[in-house]
Design a protein around this ligand. Structure first.
Ligand code: HEM
Length: 427
């Protein structure tokens, strides 16, 4: 794309033109230096929050630098702050162990499994335990994930449709509405369960209830908790599942990286459960996650609407236009990345990171709307990689290379198929 169009170009999505920005300095301009002009999350989000909104007015989708956004962010950001991570680690490790307990035994290990589906179940179960304080069973995870995917696909495919009035029929609209109902119903059940059974000291829904005390009536408080819990569920499992699926795909095709990672995991953990201090002793696992997020950033772009006219690299951005720093292009920019298509976790040693443009790697965004769960997401991924490799050998299935499915997130098309063989039968 860059070779053909350069670093700045405009594409049409349904009725909307989006100006794509492909250099780290563009991200710096839009998300930091001139961020006041780009508070609004943009038109594509407007479609998403249109007639049958999935995420309602939760933290991720609420517009601009509004008082409502600030109030919501004030509740969620501290709960996900790295200083609270220590408390989550034990819950995460336990949840990951639970799911691995259901993976193939030696006798079953000849049959390939779809690691994308397993990672979705795994990351959803971890979010179940950390956000709701309750398990999310595989069948429940499958149902919720299918419904979320349906809404994402519809939003992506139907960008044009969603700017039309609700009464205009459009293919797939009924399925889309049903999928949204399924997600909302699922979240309502999880919230109920978390109130009945969850240990409030160990989950985030408790922090949301605490914050909802300022609401005047019980229905408003319930609505607030539901909306934020829904946001945390969807933002919490989707991107991490995509990242981990790609990580296993890359590892299974780069045996020397897999070997180095396994050696680190064996030396640091052996057969015991990871603890908080172990995270700092697993730097290679972290670098594998970071390099995967560079090559396959789950959010491929960040959209913003310009409040007033601006200029970026000589291009006029008119007031009201939508611009999108394209994470994928930035992560492959040849000014910054040497041989950008290659999988090389060593790019993320601290001295190499220090040499680069500070917005050359932005899978979690940048500026004030940056993901509040960067550390949470990285640590969760680091632990899942380590715990899987403690127990399993992962080998690719020849001929089954996933395609790239670009939608609301970038996911592997057709799944990530691999053979997983238990390493130690005594576990
Ligand atoms: C690999 C994992 C993840 C990636 C790549 C990722 C990526 C992102 C990105 C790019 C944004 C910014 C969007 C924008 O500026 O328009 C974002 C926002 C957000 N993320 Fe994440 N995320 C991840 C994990 C998580 C997790 C685990 C949670 C929650 C438990 C979470 C919760 C959120 C929320 C609530 C927002 C909205 C923040 C706001 O608008 O103020 N994310 N994420």
């Amino acid at each position: 794309m860059r070779a053909r169009y350069g670093d700045v170009f405009t594409v049409g999505f349904g009725p909307t033109d989006v100006t794509i920005l492909g250099h780290p300095r563009h991200a710096e301009h839009v998300l930091r230096d001139n961020a006041d002009n780009y508070q609004d999350k943009g038109g594509m989000h407007g479609f998403r929050a249109g007639h049958y909104p999935l995420m309602r007015t939760g933290l991720a989708t609420v517009t601009g630098d509004s008082a409502s956004w600030r109030q919501q962010r004030r509740v969620i950001q501290p709960a996900l702050h790295p200083r609270h991570l220590e408390a989550f680690i034990e819950v995460m490790v336990e949840a990951i162990g639970d799911r691995l307990g259901h993976w193939p035994t030696t006798a079953e290990s000849e049959r390939p499994i779809d690691l994308e589906r397993e990672m979705t179940r795994m990351t959803m179960h971890v979010i179940g335990q950390t956000v709701f304080g309750t398990a999310i069973a595989p069948h429940e995870a499958d149902r919720l994930a299918a419904a979320v995917r349906e809404t994402f696909d519809y939003t992506w495919r139907g960008a044009a449709a969603m700017s039309l009035p609700a009464w205009v029929p459009w293919p797939g609209q009924r399925r889309y509405r049903r999928a949204i109902e399924t997600v909302h119903q699922g979240v309502a059940e999880l919230v109920e369960r978390s109130l009945r059974h969850g240990d409030p000291a160990r989950h985030l829904v408790a922090a949301l209830w605490q914050a909802s005390r300022s609401e005047d009536d019980a229905a408003a408080a319930r609505g607030y908790v539901h909306t934020e819990a829904l946001t945390l569920l969807i933002t919490g499992y989707e991107s991490t599942a995509a990242a981990l699926s790609w990580a296993f795909h890359l590892l299974s095709r780069h045996p020397s990286v897999l070997e180095t990672l396994r050696a680190e995991v064996d030396a640091v953990l052996g057969e015991r459960r990871p603890t908080y201090p172990d995270l700092a002793r697993l730097p290679y696992a972290r670098m594998v996650v970071e390099e995967t997020l560079r090559l396959y950033p789950p959010s491929h772009w960040i959209q913003r609407r310009a409040a007033s006219e601006d200029e970026i690299d000589g291009f006029t951005i008119r007031a009201g236009a939508i611009v999108a720093p394209m994470i994928h292009l930035i992560h492959h920019h040849p000014d910054v990345w040497d041989d950008p298509g290659r999988f090389r976790p060593e790019r993320f040693t601290p001295d190499r990171v220090a040499e680069r443009h500070r917005l050359a790697w932005i899978p979690f965004g940048a500026g004030q709307r940056m993901c509040p769960a960067e550390e949470f997401g990285l640590v969760k991924s680091q632990l899942i990689l380590a715990q899987v490799l403690q127990r399993y050998d992962v080998t690719a299935v020849p001929g089954r290379v996933p395609g790239i499915r670009v939608g609301t997130n970038v996911r592997p098309a057709g799944g990530v198929w691999a053979r997983v063989t238990p390493r130690r039968t005594s576990w």
